[in-house]
Design a protein around this ligand. Structure first.
Ligand code: AMP
Ligand code: MG
Length: 193
C-alpha cells in the first residue's frame, strides 16, 4: 500500500532518487495530484500508462522548472515566451513541437509535446531535486475523477504505487488550460481549465 510522505527535504530527495532510477510517485501540483516519472525515460513513462490503465494514444503533460528546461525538450516560438511570462508558473499548458530527446511514448507518437511550469512549491522543489522534466498526468485510474488530496490519490492508486508526496489540498482543483501553439497558422485552446 502506498505511503503518504510529508514534503521534508529528506522525503523529496528520496522520491527524486527513485524517479531518476525510473520509479513513479504521486506528486502535488496546484491543479490536481499528478503521477510523475522522468519524462526523458521511456520505460518510466510507459509505466505511467500501465499504472493508470491509460491508453497509449492519450499523451502526457510534461512539467518543467525553467525556460532552459523548456527549450531542451520543445521548439519555443515567440508567442510561447509571451504566454509563459504572463501565466507561468501556473495552470497553463502549452502544446509545442517536441525535440527528438523526448521519448515518443510521452507524446503518444505525435510530433508535439504538452508542457507546463507548475507553481506548487513542493512540486518545484521536487523538479529541482530530480533535475529532469517530469511527465505527470493526473494521479487517478483512467476515466476517474482527478484527485486533489493525498488521501484521494491513495484511495484510487494506493495498491499500485509506492509513494505519495503530500502537498496539501490542491488550490485550483481543476486541470490546466491547454493552448496549442505547435502550428502557427492554427493556434487554439484545446481544453479550458
Ligand atoms: P491529464 O490526463 O490531466 O494529465 O491531461 C493530459 C491531457 O493533455 C491529454 O488527455 C490531452 O488532452 C492533453 N495533451 C497532452 N499532450 C498533448 C499534445 N501533445 N497535444 C495535444 N493535447 C495534449
Ligand atoms: Mg486526467
Amino acid at each position: 500500500m502506498a505511503r503518504i510522505l510529508a514534503p521534508t527535504r529528506r522525503n523529496i530527495d528520496r522520491i527524486a532518487r527513485s524517479i531518476r532510477r525510473g520509479g513513479l510517485a504521486a506528486v502535488p501540483t496546484e491543479t490536481v495530484y499528478g503521477l510523475a516519472a522522468d519524462a526523458l525515460n521511456p520505460a518510466a513513462c510507459e509505466s505511467i500508462f500501465k499504472v493508470k490503465g491509460r491508453p497509449l494514444t492519450d499523451p502526457l503533460i510534461v512539467h518543467i522548472r525553467t525556460m532552459r528546461e523548456l527549450r531542451s525538450i520543445a521548439e519555443v516560438p515567440a508567442e510561447a515566451v509571451l504566454l509563459a511570462r504572463k501565466f507561468w508558473p501556473g495552470p497553463l499548458t502549452l502544446v509545442l513541437k517536441r525535440k527528438p530527446i523526448v521519448p515518443a511514448v510521452v507524446a503518444a507518437g505525435g510530433p508535439t509535446i504538452a508542457v507546463r511550469m507548475p507553481a506548487h512549491p513542493v512540486m518545484r522543489r521536487l523538479l529541482r531535486a530530480t533535475g529532469t522534466p517530469l511527465a505527470a498526468p493526473s494521479a487517478n485510474l483512467f476515466g476517474r475523477l482527478s484527485p486533489t488530496t493525498a488521501a484521494h490519490v491513495k484511495a484510487g492508486l494506493g495498491d499500485r504505487i509506492a509513494w505519495i508526496l503530500d502537498g496539501g489540498p490542491c488550490d485550483v482543483g481543476v486541470e490546466s488550460t491547454i493552448v496549442d501553439l505547435s502550428n502557427h497558422a492554427r493556434r487554439r485552446i484545446l481544453r479550458p481549465g
